[in-house]
Design a protein around this ligand. Structure first.
Ligand code: ADP
Ligand code: MG
Length: 218
């Protein structure tokens, strides 16, 4: 199994006292599978993605990535795992403004020591970015910026891709194009995809769907 989440709990301390967002979440994801995660705003979808991506730690429970319990790792170990194995796409494109499109695409792969110029070029080509490689993010449209962000995420060949409403900032037509490209490329790489979405249509294109409610998945 690529990913296994077992009885994960997360409580935030708030001004009104402790708030239990996740109350025993279980899910699994196999390589090549695509899983849609839906749920009302505030139901804990982003929190769960952050925990799986090793950006935060659960209070209780296990997150096992290719057999490795990420809670058992220290910060450096989690960072290494994240760089080498997990790719994340957010709603905000989070490109580095001072770097060209080409250098943005290569950025995470270089950090992970997995820079493959031929694969970068193939990704840029598939994303329709070849003519934009020497431009800077501010010179691109939102849809183009998100295609750069997705290419950057896929460049290190992650085995697990986490996407948090990746097309939430794009108009409907642009979102559909970007999503088609992302799903095609994820399928070709054989990665597993866990995607948070508000869109029933998008969720319908995933191989499985889970709904987060009252801190648990159904
Ligand atoms: P979703 O992505 O489903 O909209 P989130 O995971 O972002 O939900 O947030 C779930 C709940 O936890 C929300 O009520 C949010 O306000 C709260 N929350 C998220 N992050 C924090 C934090 N760092 N500290 C306190 N509360 C938080
Ligand atoms: Mg969210």
């Amino acid at each position: 199994m690529l990913l296994s989440v077992e009885d994960v709990h997360k409580t935030y301390d708030t001004a009104d006292g402790p708030f239990a967002v996740l109350r025993g979440v279980d899910l699994t994801l196999a390589a090549g599978e695509t899983l849609a995660l839906t749920g009302e705003s505030g139901s804990g979808k982003s929190t769960l993605l952050h925990l799986i991506g090793g950006l935060d730690t659960p209070d209780q429970g296990k997150i096992v990535l290719t057999g490795q319990d990420i809670a058992a790792l220290d910060d450096a170990g989690r960072a290494a795992l994240r760089r080498g194995m997990v790719g994340v796409v957010f709603q905000q494109f989070n490109l580095i403004p001072s770097l060209s499109v080409a250098d943005n695409i290569a950025f995470q792969a270089r950090l992970a020591g997995q820079h493959d110029p031929a694969w970068d070029a193939a990704l840029a080509d598939r994303m329709g970015l070849t003519v934009h490689l020497s431009k800077y993010p501010e010179q691109l449209s939102g849809g183009q910026q998100q295609r750069v962000a997705i290419a950057r995420t896929l460049a290190p060949r992650p085995r697990l891709v986490l996407a948090d409403e990746p097309t939430g900032n794009l108009d409907e037509g642009t979102a559909a194009t970007v999503m088609d490209l992302m799903l095609e490329l994820v399928a070709e790489t054989g990665a597993g995809l866990l995607m948070v979405t508000h869109s029933a249509a998008l969720a319908g294109r995933m191989s499985r769907r889970l709904h987060l409610r009252a801190g648990q998945v159904a």
